[in-house]
Design a protein around this ligand. Structure first.
Ligand code: 4AD
Ligand code: MG
Length: 464
């Protein structure tokens, strides 16, 4: 049996133990004195472990032909390292080559620095790099911390459907689900593909949000959350949008906008802390190579309160700040990424919760405020990335909801089950959606959400 390299580097295994590690070569260096130094990684932590291989091994010649990404099993004695940078190393008594790299000169991940765009084109090999390895561990740490956060607070994890008939956000960005036999496409009289036959005779789509289904469970279980994939037919080519992304959506009965603003802040602080304590190796790398403030800003934000501002006041701040924006700001328009980033990065210098948006730019389900002009909506905006959370208190009053559906030209009958929640024991409730890739991009400082999900799906990217 073998042991994960992270266990050895932690220092919990006694020095002088016999150990076996299995992994891939990162680098190899041979000394004139007849010793080969192998850096072996296995993905369990940022650092590789060094294996010191003496030329007394009978396959030493083979060892000196190892190149990056060859797979090996190394057995030997764990010793304290005298070399700089590593705490422990293995004095190898055997090196078994499990897999060679054919033609190392043309191996796409040959050990040099590659551009992030190049790595995207090699999505199947990029997890072998330092940077994507670190992203993958941090992403996992964040996901585990999110589940822990909700579990500790008594929330029930509900898996909402991926195939749905409702367009939660009403933005018309849904992908259609098809059961078409490609060899035998149903046609209309005009010869067009008859999409009406889609999902066993019903129209169906990939969900843009689990919220509406989440509400049905919150109105029975009190506190729930979803954590799953969502889809948007985003036609935009930006560093913040994916066609397939993961969302975390808590939904809370007997809660209002301020309750969930607090929940969002508590959750973000909790997961920031988790990353700082559980992945210091990866975070040190991000601070060194990707974003100098990666660690310090998280430390900073777990300490201080997030800023809170009303949409109306945010508009005034933006209008009076003297900065020239590409899109002019006036009351009633949706804030653009440049505005959000100005507020977070330059004005408040902290994550900001923006509350009470004009109702005309928001979805049908948001609760109307007394002023008749705004809804109890919030966005959480982070420095360096912009909006990472969108949420609201939901309209729990049937008459107000119906009026809103009508104003927006939505069909009451389509929402019969959603309206039932308001007919049978309605309660105030609220929730939000956290864009998981935006969170990972923010924490790591990676500039593009395509580099924090294993296989990004966007317009124009290869899918495999
Ligand atoms: O603001 P959004 O559209 O809100 C909702 O979908 C609500 N139904 C959520 C709720 O209240 N339960 O999306 C929520 C978050 C955004 O703040 C953003 O972080 C992320 O989802 N997001 C995307 N992330 C990556 N790619 C995209 N195309 C995204 N669209 C939204
Ligand atoms: Mg939003």
């Amino acid at each position: 049996s073998h042991i994960a390299i992270t266990e050895l580097l932690k220092g919990t295994v006694a020095v002088d133990s016999q150990v076996t590690v299995k992994g891939w070569i990162r680098t190899r260096r041979d000394s004139k004195a007849g010793i080969s130094f192998l850096a072996v990684h296995d993905g369990s932590c940022f650092d590789p472990i060094q294996a010191v291989v003496p030329n007394s091994l009978n396959n030493y010649e083979e060892v000196t032909r190892l190149t990056a990404s060859c797979s090996v099993s190394v057995t030997g004695t764990l010793v304290k390292s005298e070399g700089q940078g590593q705490s422990f190393e293995i004095q190898a008594s055997s090196v078994e080559v499990l897999g060679w790299v054919e033609n190392p000169d043309t191996y796409p991940m040959a050990a040099k620095r590659h551009s992030i765009e190049y790595l995207r084109e090699h999505a199947h090999l990029r997890p072998r790099t330092n940077v994507i390895g670190a992203v993958t561990r941090v992403r996992n740490c964040l996901a585990q911390a999110i589940h822990r956060f909700y579990h500790e607070r008594g929330y029930v994890w509900v898996s909402t459907p991926i195939v749905t008939a409702s367009d939660c956000e009403g933005a018309g960005e849904m992908f259609r689900v098809s059961t078409l036999d490609l060899n035998n496409l149903p046609r209309t009289d005009k010869g067009d593909i008859d999409f009406k036959e889609d999902f066993f005779g019903k129209e169906a789509f990939l969900t843009v949000s689990g919220q509406l289904n989440g509400e049905t469970y919150a109105c029975a279980m009190s506190k729930i959350y979803t954590f799953g994939p969502t889809f948007r037919a985003e036609n935009s080519n930006t560093s913040r949008h994916l066609a397939e992304f993961w969302m975390v959506e808590p939904e809370v009965a007997f809660a209002d906008l301020n309750d969930i603003a607090k929940l969002a802040e508590d959750m973000l602080k909790y997961v920031f802390k988790a990353v700082l304590t559980e992945r210091p190796d990866d975070m040190a790398f991000f601070a060194e190579r990707i974003e100098p403030t990666a660690v310090t800003r998280l430390q900073d934000f777990v300490e201080k309160d997030f800023a809170q501002v009303d949409y109306t006041d945010a508009v005034t701040i933006l209008q009076n700040c003297g900065k020239q924006f590409e899109f002019a700001v006036e009351w009633g328009v949706d804030l653009q990424s440049e505005h959000e980033r100005y507020l977070a990065e330059e004005h408040f210098k902290a994550p900001v919760v923006i509350k009470n948006y004009p109702r005309d730019i928001k979805a049908f389900y948001m609760r109307q405020n007394e002023d008749g002009k705004t809804v109890a909506a919030m966005d959480v905006v982070a420095p360096g990335i912009g909006e990472i959370i969108g949420g609201s208190q939901r309209e729990e009053r049937l008459d107000v909801l119906d009026q809103r559906l009508e104003e927006m030209g939505l069909n009451k009958e389509d929402y019969w089950w959603y309206r039932d929640l308001r007919r049978y024991g309605t309660v105030p409730h609220a929730g939000f959606g956290l864009g998981f890739e935006r969170l990972v991009a923010y924490v790591t400082g990676m500039g593009n959400v395509r580099d924090v999900i294993a296989f990004p799906r966007t317009k124009g990217t290869a899918a495999f």
